[in-house]
Design a protein around this ligand. Sequence first.
Ligand code: SF4
Length: 323
Amino acid sequence: MLQYLIIQLDDTSTSYCHYTNIRNEKRLISLDDLRAGILWAMKENLMIQYVLPDYELPAEYIEEMESIDNSKIVSSHSTMINNADVIVLNGWEKGFTFRENGIYVLRITKDSLFAYSEEIKMVLPAVTRLNIVITDVETFTDADCETYKIVLESFAKEVEKLYVAGKSPQLNLLTDRMMLDKMNNCNAGYESITLAPDGCFYVCPAFYLANEDDDFGLGKSKYNVGNLIDGLDIKNPQLYRLDHAPICRHCDAYQCKRCVWLNRKTTYEVNTPSREQCVVAHIERNVAAQLLTSIRTYGEFLPERNGIEVLECLDPFEKANKW
Ligand code: SF4
């Protein structure tokens, strides 16, 4: 069931996920479409999330945006950074000052993550939550997987230290799986839908921003799933649901993003992930299992239902004969 309307306010609004936004020409949503989008969200009883560009928005836009409860996603270079709910760093920024109690998304390539892991680890005590999004997850090799496991184990040691000190650090890659007892994925197209600056709906901002290389020659209109005048028109909406995801519905890497855009890009199916996405999610899942066990040696922590068995197999598809 739909719960969120994401409003991509401008073509240059920051990415906060796997996709990269290379657009640098401003195209602000019209004020009429912004108003109509807010009204639509109110009628559908949806929470609004605005994705902002870096430049200062006109006063009438701010007034309209604030006419309803919302959350704001901005980049670390936005003029709105002090009013943001989520701040996105596009790559590791040496010397950036993380705000205490802030919620951050760090979009980073695997190589940068490996190179700056010690510095990144030091952010955990300072912030409320750090979401790390590996922007080139589909390029992971076996050697990268080995390195990723070592990096995660070192993050896990820091998390453990903080828990023992009575803190509750949140790092999506590790602590989400410990807390979850069912899937908590991105769910674009099912729980959220995006309104873009052209007044049309898209499954998520990535489908609006898809560049020539991403659209497989099918044309960008392929990704439009309705507009503010005619309403939402998602073809085969069941394909965005977990119960129609042939591999994911058998999986318990509950923290996995299950990114439908990445699925579409790598397998041409919105509900079928690439092997790399699964292997990376399972490495996170297994290190989270070890972390949970380690924390529990200090005392009771989380109900037993949150137990996580360490799995040898990192790709659920390899166990398909047991489903
Ligand atoms: S690990 Fe793979 S199968 Fe499991 S939820 Fe993620 S994408 Fe789906």
